[in-house]
Design a protein around this ligand. Structure first.
Ligand code: CTP
Length: 448
């Protein structure tokens, strides 16, 4: 038979003790039912690269739902399963005392906060694609065939868990060899036809690990790239979102453009050195606190919003809606993209006008939009205006308010807003710098 290299040592040194202990519980439960079980996906790949993997995707040669139910009976938590597809998700409950006791027995000082939220258990299966880009037809099968349906060889390695087999590396499709060579290679010539999003994944893995897309794979990609046109907006956006949280985001975007993949997503999408340096500045530094970003969504999510705005700022206005549709961008993001576009056009149009006119172009823009505009604009004067508006002027309000104006006899009408705007502009342009000066200006406006 095949000899399997054992990765127990790597597992022990890379995984936090609580995760290791959890794998041992699963190992025992599977052995009791004589079920071969494997951790698949990025787990073996990351282990061999000495980085911890967060997802635990397990494939069972047999009934995964049944095994998951057993685990939940013994150690609590909740199961969501689809018997028909042989898939189960075990949501752990770290407060469950039976789970805590069993983990403590494996590893007395395990830190339970290192446990995953959930584990996926799936019966091994193979997939057939009847036509390109459609959902596959699924059939139960061996681990070997289950691994063969995956995207790249480096993702086809599995680590067996049950009983004495704990830690055995299953490498049927040349994964370890390609991992050592640093190659991203598909398993068969129709891989990108079956699932065109794999072209985007190829770039992501290549740049993340500093690997190279293997030559034939690259050729297959060139042949298949137009198929990206048929992929749904949700799936494309999901892949872009995954790229935007990677350390190597800039080299990934550059590679997408160089390979002609970006233009397949939409021909009006742009990538150039300016965008690259804006993205670097965005992702390398924390969001500047003086912009007063709100606490949510998270810093990373706000950076992603800024990234989309930056990416779409060089797009011509008449293509903008189409791209927003194509990527199925959420309403609030698409609103901010539009705001940034409009503001940017106005900033340029009014560049010779006084500050108060310039900043009127920024009226109503939230910090995410303002910061994107700041990163986008190179001109010192415009940058200063944007920053000053974000930090200071956004908060400037004249001492006078609507109530006071009505008391002074101005009828409730748009005239009130106009007067307040005029006072505000005077503060911003420096024509007014005290309450008395504001009062004098007000008298002048009202009585000439
Ligand atoms: N997969 C695939 N084709 C896709 C998406 C996923 O074949 N379009 C397979 C891959 O083999 C992958 C596994 O499903 O290893 C799990 O997918 P995912 O969690 O996205 O991959 P990871 O390798 O875990 O990637 P990451 O490190 O980014 O989480």
């Amino acid at each position: 038979g095949v000899e399997h290299r054992n990765l127990s040592e790597e597992i022990t040194s890379v995984l936090p003790p609580a995760r290791l202990a959890l794998l041992r519980l699963i190992s025992r439960a599977a052995q009791n039912r004589q079920l071969p079980i494997f951790v698949v996906g990025g787990f073996a790949r990351d282990l061999l690269l000495n980085v911890p993997s967060f997802d635990l995707d397990c494939v069972v040669e047999g009934d995964a739902v049944d095994l998951a139910d057993n685990l939940a009976d013994a150690y609590g938590g909740r199961i969501t399963s689809h018997q028909k597809f042989g898939t189960a998700k075990w949501r752990l409950n770290p407060k469950n005392t039976a789970l805590q006791a069993a983990l403590a027995e494996e590893s007395p000082d395990a830190d339970l906060s290192a446990l995953p939220d959930s584990i996926d258990l799936i019966s091994s299966r193979t997939e057939f694609y009847e036509k390109p880009s459609a959902l596959p037809i699924v059939q139960k099968s061996s681990i070997k065939l289950d691994l063969h349906r995956r995207d790249f060889t480096i993702n086809t390695m599995a680590v067996r868990l049950d009983g004495n087999h704990f830690g055995e590396l299953y490498d049927y499709w040349g994964g370890l060899s390609d991992l050592k060579k640093g190659l991203i290679r598909v398993l068969h010539s129709l891989s990108f036809v079956d699932d065109p999003t794999r072209m985007l994944r190829a770039v992501r893995f290549e740049q993340r690990f500093g690997f190279t897309i293997e030559e034939r794979t690259l050729r297959l990609m060139r042949q298949a790239k137009t198929l990206l046109k048929d992929v749904s907006g949700e799936r494309i956006r999901h892949e872009i979102d995954l790229i935007l949280v990677e350390k190597q985001v800039v080299s990934m975007m550059t590679r997408l453009a160089d390979l002609g993949l970006m233009e397949q997503i939409h021909p009006a999408l742009r990538w150039n050195d300016d965008l690259a340096s804006q993205f670097m500045e965005l992702f390398d530094l924390p969001l500047p606190r003086k912009y007063d970003f709100s606490g949510h969504p998270s810093e990373m999510e706000q950076k992603i919003q800024v990234a989309y705005i930056l990416w779409l700022l060089p797009v011509f206005s008449n293509n903008l809606q189409e791209i927003i549709q194509r990527l199925r961008l959420k309403n609030n993001l698409s609103h901010m993209i539009q705001q940034a576009h409009d503001a940017n056009i106005e900033l340029d149009r009014r560049r010779k006008e006084p500050d108060s006119r310039l900043i009127a172009a920024l009226q109503g823009c939230p910090p995410v939009v303002l910061y994107a505009l700041w990163l986008h604009n190179k001109l010192t004067h415009q940058r200063n205006i944007i920053e000053k508006y974000a930090v200071q002027w956004r908060h400037v309000k004249p001492r006078t308010d609507g109530k006071k104006l009505m008391k002074m006899g101005v009828p409730a009408s748009p005239r009130i807003g106009e007067i307040l705007d005029e006072l505000r502009a005077a503060w911003i342009d420096g024509r007014v710098s005290s309450e008395a000066e504001e009062e004098a200006l007000l008298q002048h406006i009202l009585h000439g």
